[in-house]
Design a binder for this molecule. Structure first.
Ligand SMILES: Cc1ncc(COP(=O)(O)O)c(C=O)c1O
Length: 364
């Protein structure tokens, strides 16, 4: 018998519904649904530019960050071109490559779940048109630091466009975080991709944006669908930016829950490296297939890559407790063997270890 899904933790969604002020703005926009939105999203572009402290000619808005990525590929890829990216990663990249006729060049992640920048650079040749970096990385949550990113960008030939996907950037913490808008001036081949889907919790409304050099942005905008950004989404983004402080507090809560989840999973014997997205990543040789089965039986929908890994979106406290309760039974029998290898290189796990979770806790 199918177990009903109680907790949706498979798509890296926000656990929070839109704020009341955002819902109010959306309701107002719905009342005008018989009117077209702007032909091109000029107002939204200006709003985002002011918020990002860049000029509007550096901003392109699209239907989710996936939509912006597609527009970029449509703008730059020609017959016979290739597109390189670390693999495993976000499933959409190979799909987008196929849509524009680019040959995919997947480059394996390093064993610690990092995008292998040296191997990516080595994979670039005269046919490469686009190289994708996902930072923080989906699904591992690993981070390319500011220094490594700068060194990478310096070595990418100018004819190759770097698609730097920062869908999860708001969840990244700690030293070494890149300041990517500051890199735009020096790298006219860089497009930074961001979204209102994750930290801002507007995934169903499909608004993402790219930041880049004016020439590149102008080429991408030529692929913009007229009337392509709907007015309800625009109203929701506008209201969300007004409530930025409140939304950032929600992100802080997700980050705190991510750290709790990781430390408690480590205490249960799972090997979990520090991550910078709104997710935790468990991988082989830990018993991830058994873990996936235990989660399904507990009504938790997670992202399972059979034989490879398990990506758990950080949910509400209640959802995260359900994850911990389900995985407790699986981790325990091999816990002692894994515990020794579970600490982060900086020792943070040992320093923050908490008592194992016992049963469910109220949502917080
Ligand atoms: C790395 C990455 N980029 C982009 C997206 C999609 O974002 P959007 O909803 O803005 O299209 C996702 C969604 O999971 C993602 O993981």
């Amino acid at each position: 018998m199918d177990v009903p899904v109680l907790h949706r933790l498979a798509l890296n969604e926000s656990p929070y519904p839109p704020l009341p002020s955002v819902r109010k703005a959306m309701r107002r926009a719905v009342a005008q649904a018989h009117r077209y939105p702007q032909f091109y999203p000029d107002d939204l572009t200006e709003l985002i530019a002011a918020w990002c402290r860049v000029t509007p000619d550096r901003v392109v808005v699209g239907s989710g960050s996936v939509g912006v990525a597609l527009q970029l590929l449509q703008a730059v890829v020609e017959h016979g071109d290739t597109m390189a990216y670390a693999w495993r990663t976000f499933d959409a990249y190979p799909l987008l490559a196929a849509m524009v006729g680019a040959h995919p060049v997947p480059v394996p992640l390093s064993p610690d779940g990092q995008q292998d920048l040296g191997a990516l650079l080595a994979a670039l040749d005269h046919r490469t048109r686009v190289v994708v970096l996902c930072n923080p990385h989906n699904p591992t949550g690993s981070l390319v630091t500011a220094d490594d990113l700068s060194a990478f960008l310096r070595q990418v030939p100018p004819r190759v466009t770097v698609l730097l996907d920062e869908a999860y950037v708001e969840f990244a913490r700690g030293p070494g975080l890149p300041d990517t808008p500051a890199l735009l001036g020096a790298h006219p081949n860089l497009l930074v991709l961001r979204t209102f889907s994750k930290a801002y919790g507007l995934v169903a409304l499909r608004v993402g944006y790219g930041l880049g050099a004016p020439d590149l942005v102008a080429r991408i905008r030529r692929q913009q669908l007229p009337f392509g950004i709907n007015a309800v989404a625009t109203a929701a983004v506008r209201a969300s930016l007004r409530a930025d402080g409140e939304l950032r507090l929600r992100v802080d809560t997700v980050v705190a829950e991510r750290e709790r989840l990781r430390h408690e999973l480590v205490d249960l014997g799972w090997r979990v490296r520090p991550g910078h997205a709104n997710s935790a990543w468990l991988d082989a040789p830990d018993p991830i297939d058994e873990g996936a089965a235990a989660l399904t039986a507990a009504g938790v929908q997670a992202r399972h890559y059979p034989g490879e890994g398990l990506r758990l979106t950080v949910g509400s406290r209640k959802a995260n407790d359900a994850v911990l309760a389900a995985l407790a039974g699986v981790g325990r029998h091999t816990a002692s063997g894994r515990r020794a290898s579970s600490a982060a290189p900086d020792g943070t796990v040992a320093a923050h270890r908490r008592p194992p979770v016992s049963g469910q806790r109220p949502d917080g």
